[in-house]
Design a protein around this ligand. Structure first.
Ligand SMILES: Cc1cc2nc3c(=O)[nH]c(=O)nc-3n(C[C@H](O)[C@H](O)[C@H](O)COP(=O)(O)OP(=O)(O)OC[C@H]3O[C@@H](n4cnc5c(N)ncnc54)[C@H](O)[C@@H]3O)c2cc1C
Length: 233
């Protein structure tokens, strides 16, 4: 397994409790839209076994062309050891990245794509939107629907409706409105649905989409094929 050690080059506060850590992109490190990586803090591999409390899965919220690896996360006052160590990082500090892979690349099947996200989950979709805007071939249109009860909607520069590019963006702050909107989206029986959020959110969405006649093949989760199965029981 290749471990890339890199440095923090910027820390941007996106919203209360939400930060993007910009990391220097090593020359041989590359990724596709929607990729996630393992972000590990110094000391994670200093013992006999890797210290899992210093490692988390994180999506990469940037594209390679932006020349930095963006990691966007929420850090509440009460947080895990990982987040409390992350909060202490400053520019120039080192972190490690490994096992980088995308489960949610854009499917260019001449269909509409709906991006459904909860909270900071929208970070996973930012590179998809940017990639679509640079090359829309094989995609009818993209609609992003995100729910965030804090109303701190992230990345408003990337997530804005552009009718001339068939991109529409909607933010809601409660489940009732969210599912009303999802129901509208399911009127297109050929559309694809990408869902990112906590496990309960994924299960709820799958069951709602199925009830509207959307097939499992139309639903994409940010889970490896071998792990996605448990969500589609
Ligand atoms: C493919 C994939 C991609 C992912 N991408 C991202 C991403 O881009 N960004 C991201 O943020 N996460 C992402 N995650 C989730 C991430 O890996 C973490 O599971 C998540 O951020 C929670 O982090 P944490 O366990 O350090 O807990 P925390 O975020 O610290 O805590 C989780 C919750 O528990 C509460 N809590 C924690 N500790 C305490 C305590 N001591 N006392 C009281 N309450 C406490 C917190 O307030 C919070 O509500 C991804 C996961 C996967 C599988």
């Amino acid at each position: 397994m290749q471990i890339h050690w890199t440095t923090v080059i910027d820390i941007i506060q996106e919203a209360p409790y939400t930060w993007t850590y910009k990391l220097d992109s090593p020359a041989d490190f590359t990724w596709e839209e929607g990729a996630h990586t393992h972000l590990a803090l110094e000391g994670f591999n200093s013992g006999e076994k890797p210290n899992k409390s210093l490692v988390r899965h994180m999506s990469i919220s940037t594209l390679p062309g932006e020349r930095a690896i963006g990691i966007t996360t929420r850090i509440k006052d009460e947080c895990s050891e990982f987040k409390s160590e992350l909060r202490k990082l400053t520019v120039g500090d080192s972190v490690a990245l490994f096992k980088t892979h995308s489960n949610v690349t854009l499917k260019r099947e001449d269909k509409a794509i709906n991006l459904l996200s909860c909270g900071v989950g929208i970070a996973t979709f930012r590179p998809l939107v940017l990639e679509y805007l640079s090359n829309a071939s094989g995609i009818d249109r993209i609609h992003s629907l995100s729910i965030d009860s804090s109303k701190n909607y992230l990345f408003s520069d990337s997530f804005k409706s552009l009718p001339e590019h068939q991109l529409s963006v909607q933010h809601v702050d409660n489940r009732h409105t969210y599912y009303k909107e999802v129901e509208q989206l399911t009127k297109d029986k050929h559309a694809l649905f990408y869902v990112v959020g906590g496990d309960e959110f994924l299960k709820e969405n799958i069951s709602f989409l199925r009830r509207q006649g959307i097939t499992d093949e139309q639903i994409t989760l940010d889970k490896h094929e071998s792990r996605a199965g448990v969500f589609f029981v």
